[in-house]
Design a protein around this ligand. Structure first.
Ligand SMILES: Cc1ncc(COP(=O)(O)O)c(C=O)c1O
Ligand SMILES: [Zn+2]
Length: 419
């Protein structure tokens, strides 16, 4: 049973029936096929009470009526359903007493991308695809590879030349065919180019976490908003701070907000959506700050940052992301690598959450936003912590300094402790 009514191209408005099995817009215009549900029918039974009665289980499928793939083709991973909590020591340190962390490092492959790939891979299985292919800095690919392994699909992943070791190890262990792709042209993502050529040549099912190349997976991350609303007792926080690369996550958050409003499940003001990018790759944030429209976004020529998951030179889903920011009175903020590393340290040492640099940028942004007057101590802000530090230990080990080597001897210990 499905409540999907149609899919509508975000660029040309062309409409598709779900039975046509659309993935890319036939106009080849890089539009995303936005999934439209039968909200009138859903309103009849999808009430707060009906959802709250369900056990807190089943992963993203807890909200199956609002997903565009059949639950029976999903993997039994129980992704999502992540904790939302106030880290008191961190909040005291930052002076943001109502800040909450949504800890997405707890997902099955340790990043929020599991939510996307749960849906994208289920759709591939539903359609009987044999091989799924992706372009990714590593997290989305690892997630897809894990779901493919569980569902018995072959997985091919194109990743950047300097992919993180943790992500590569995960991918290979899950059985993906992994290819590192050299950059040949500034401002273009070589992994996306490789994926598109492979799709054309071999007819594989494309499943990157970019809306224009797979509209189904976009719907997975919106479950973050459903969960947060439920965890807060069916209300929105004041703001969401969202680590942003391609803008797909932010587009999903915006869709989640609209779904809840459309269905009357949450009332009141919409949360401000705030995009965070690293200073060395901020095409979307720059456009937001300059008040430009999406068509004026200029790809970053040579992205550079320690936040390897946020290096997409072009925000494929920037249209929806920018609409969400504008319609909610949100903003965009860029943070330096130094601020990001400090955020990693703060999250670990004051909240007990070990995040990779890309996953920690939200905390760096919270500090900046406070300085800039966009946030104040009374704001209830939800910071998405999107990926685990275990993915990129090679980036973090150099920051801890030398680790003392001792014999089991108290005197040596004293010397190091300085007591
Ligand atoms: C840990 C982490 N956070 C955030 C993002 C950004 O997501 P998006 O590309 O959907 O904007 C990524 C993307 O790879 C990621 O790996
Ligand atoms: Zn189109």
């Amino acid at each position: 049973m499905s409540f999907v009514r149609e899919l509508v191209c975000s660029r040309c408005g062309r409409s598709y029936l779900p039975t046509e099995r659309p993935v890319l817009c036939a106009s080849r215009d890089l539009g995303r096929l936005d999934v439209v549900y039968d909200y009138e029918e859903l309103k009849e039974f999808l009430t707060r009470e009906a959802v709250s009665r369900r056990p807190w289980a089943g992963g993203v499928w807890r909200y199956w009526e609002l997903l565009p793939a059949a639950m029976e083709f999903g993997a039994p991973f129980d992704e999502g359903l992540t904790p939302l909590f106030c880290a008191r020591r961190l909040n005291d340190h930052l002076g943001l007493r109502r800040m909450r962390l949504k800890d997405e490092t707890r997902n099955p492959t340790s990043s929020f991308k599991d939510r996307a790939m749960a849906v994208g891979a289920a759709k591939a299985a539903e359609w009987g695809a044999e091989t799924v292919v992706t372009a990714s800095s590593g997290n989305a690919a690892s997630a897809l590879a894990a779901y493919a392994a569980s569902l018995g699909l072959k997985c091919v992943a194109f990743v950047p030349e300097n992919v993180s070791l943790g992500k590569a190890a995960q991918l290979i262990s899950y059985g993906a065919r992994l290819f590192r792709v050299k950059s040949v042209e500034e401002g273009r993502d070589p992994t996306v180019q490789a994926m598109l050529r492979a799709v054309e040549e071999f007819g594989w099912y494309p499943c990157p976490s970019f809306g224009p190349f797979n509209p189904y997976q976009v719907e997975g991350p919106k479950t973050i908003v459903y969960e947060v609303a439920e965890q807060l007792g069916w209300r929105f926080p004041d703001a969401f701070i969202v680590p942003t690369g391609s803008g797909c996550l932010l587009a999903g958050i915006w869709k989640g907000v609209r779904d809840l409003v459309e269905l009357g499940l949450v009332e009141g003001e919409m949360p401000r959506l705030i995009a965070v990018q690293p200073e060395g790759n901020q095409p979307l944030v720059r456009a937001v700050r300059k008040g430009l429209s999406f068509s004026d976004v200029v790809p970053e020529r040579s992205p550079k940052s320690i936040a390897s998951g946020l290096l997409d030179p072009y925000p494929w889903d920037g249209d929806a992301a920018m609409e969400g920011i504008r319609r909610t009175g949100g903003t965009g903020v860029a943070v330096t690598d130094e601020e990001i590393l400090e955020a990693v340290k703060l999250l670990a040492s004051k909240a007990g959450v070990f995040a990779e640099p890309s996953g920690a940028v939200g905390v760096a942004a919270a500090v900046r936003l406070q300085d800039e007057g966009h946030l104040d101590g009374s704001d209830e802000v939800v910071v998405l912590v999107t990926g685990s530090g275990l993915k990129e230990v090679e980036k973090l080990v150099p920051t801890v300094g030398e680790i003392p080597l001792i014999t089991p001897d108290v005197e040596q210990l004293r010397r190091y402790l300085g007591t």
